[in-house]
Write a protein that binds this ligand. Structure first.
Ligand code: PGA
Length: 246
């Protein structure tokens, strides 16, 4: 169960979140829990979750180790701040704040893995593609241009996320059937490139308007191995309910 906070919560607000959230999920072992605060709040989150089972991740990295790249953060810097995970290729980075493309997604995933970070690599189609029935085409292209460039050893370390752009922050959750069909397609692409066993082992999360009210229906689908949650991860009670419902 992954919580993507996007551009919400200062270091102080982060500490306050975990002082409520930690006791609500203590001893929960049904799923892995990872929270992705803004970069500025990673140290605070890592400190607040020390000696808990909650892991912390960054929302983005740059692929170089260091250099003249104003505003960027390297994988090693995230590790040093206490992160163990990183989101790669979130749709807001692909379509809103940066024009990230599949080859950059691949470079970022490779840099993350080289530094020992576990990447969650996101893909998903925009509303116009969804309406035009081009979901499979988009996913196949994103897979081929990004994830497919990893080695088999690297692929064994990654988690994938299907995030239809039309369902993110819109309140329009994909039906469990729609999500399941896309997950199945991604698994088939993984099987073609990395083999059947690797495709069965990779975890694929669903993201897009996941809430405590709809988690059960989504998690009933065998193809869905977890969720990447935006808005509903900002409140300790609702994120704790999602962790329990996973
Ligand atoms: P949402 O965001 O849950 O607010 O729709 C999901 C995401 O962007 O990861």
């Amino acid at each position: 169960m992954a919580g993507n906070w996007k551009m919400y919560k200062t270091p102080q607000e982060t500490a306050a979140f975990f002082s409520s959230f930690n006791p609500m999920v203590v001893g929960t072992s049904n799923c892995d829990v990872v929270v992705f605060p803004p970069t500025i709040s990673i140290c605070s989150a890592a400190e607040a979750t020390r000696s808990t089972q909650i892991a912390i991740g960054g929302q983005n990295i740059y692929w170089e180790k260091e250099g003249a790249f104003t505003g960027e953060t390297s994988a090693n810097m995230l590790c040093a701040a206490g992160a163990t995970w990183v989101l790669i290729g979130h749709s807001e980075r692909r379509h809103v704040v940066a024009c990230e493309n599949d080859s950059q997604v691949l470079k970022k995933a490779q840099a993350a893995l080289a530094a020992g970070l576990k990447p969650i690599i996101c893909m998903g189609e925009k509303l116009e593609d969804h309406k035009a029935g081009k979901t499979d085409e988009v996913l196949i292209k994103q897979f081929a241009g990004g994830v497919a460039g990893l080695t088999e050893e690297q692929f064994a370390q990654v988690v994938l996320a299907y995030e239809p752009v039309w369902a993110i922050g819109t309140g329009k959750v994909a039906t469990p059937e729609i999500a399941s069909a896309s997950h199945k397609l991604m698994r088939e692409e993984a099987a073609k490139r990395f083999g059947e066993e690797a495709s069965q082992q990779v975890r694929i999360l669903y993201g897009g308007s996941v809430k405590p009210e709809n988690i059960a229906g989504l998690m009933n689908e065998v193809e869905l191995d977890g969720a990447l949650v935006g808005g509903a991860s900002l409140d300790p009670e609702s994120f704790a309910a999602l962790v329990r419902g996973a």
